[in-house]
Design a protein. Structure first.
Length: 248
């Protein structure tokens, strides 16, 4: 489907539905299991072990059950509801001719929202996900995708992470960036686009310095070592601890 956006021509390509296929084997170690896996992938399907399929189905049921009590459920229309578009490839052109590409998990045209589904072996607690998200540069992804959708539709959309644990009871949280968090992310995206444009125009691709970088130990490393030496009753460690003001 070809649409004319605010900042140039944008393309949304229809995502192909990929069916799952269950392989009734415990793991992928056996040659026959790997053969079935490869055949499924070649046919455009997602191969799942029997235990994986059971877990996926349980996670889907729990996700819907945990989302439904939300006061915003009806108006938010989270990913699985209609009308929504799964895994659409979005391509747009930035001013100056720079082409960009994104692929949102779920684009909801009615609530003007993008839902990004994440699973974690750790914790879906929002405070934990905050640290994980910044480690993955998820804020940049959110701002970049929203930029692309606005270039196509001319409308500002919201962004939501639906974060779910992969172990029972498959706890789930819904997170988004604060207004300031999004503003900071948008600045990061703009800087990245400016750098990328300059690299293309000048055919210059700078990397890290080739100079040898000298790494100093952080403060906690010295504190930890002094504690070990104190436990060994090292006189020099006692002196260093006194100088650092550490309790003895």
């Amino acid at each position: 489907m070809l649409l004319e956006g605010v900042d140039g021509i944008a393309i949304i390509s229809e995502a192909k539905k990929a069916d799952g296929v269950t392989v009734p084997i415990k793991d992928w170690k056996l040659q026959d299991a790997r053969r079935q896996r490869d055949e499924a992938r070649a046919a455009g399907k997602y191969p799942l072990l029997a235990l994986e399929e059971m877990r996926v189905r349980a996670m889907v049921l729990e996700a819907r059950a945990q989302l439904k009590p939300s006061a915003d459920y009806d108006k938010a229309r989270f990913g699985h509801s209609l009308p929504s578009l799964p895994e659409q490839t979005v391509v747009w052109q930035e001013p100056g001719g720079l082409w960009c590409r994104a692929r949102p998990d779920w684009l909801n045209a009615e609530s003007l929202a993008i839902d990004d589904y994440k699973t974690t072996f750790a914790s879906a607690k929002p405070e934990r996900w905050e640290r994980t998200m910044y480690g993955l540069h998820g804020d940049i992804q959110a701002a970049f995708y929203l930029r692309g959708i606005k270039a196509i539709t001319g409308e500002a959309h919201s962004w939501r992470w639906i974060v779910q644990e992969t172990a029972p009871p498959y706890a789930l949280s819904v997170c988004t960036l604060s207004r300031y968090g999004m503003e900071l992310a948008e600045r990061k995206v703009q800087l990245a686009i400016n750098i990328w444009r300059k690299c293309i125009e000048t055919n210059t691709w700078p990397a890290y310095s080739k100079e040898v970088y000298e790494i100093n130990p952080p403060a906690w490393q010295e504190t930890d070592q002094i504690s070990r030496e104190l436990n060994a009753e090292d006189p020099e460690a006692v002196k260093a601890a006194i100088e650092m003001g550490m309790p003895l």
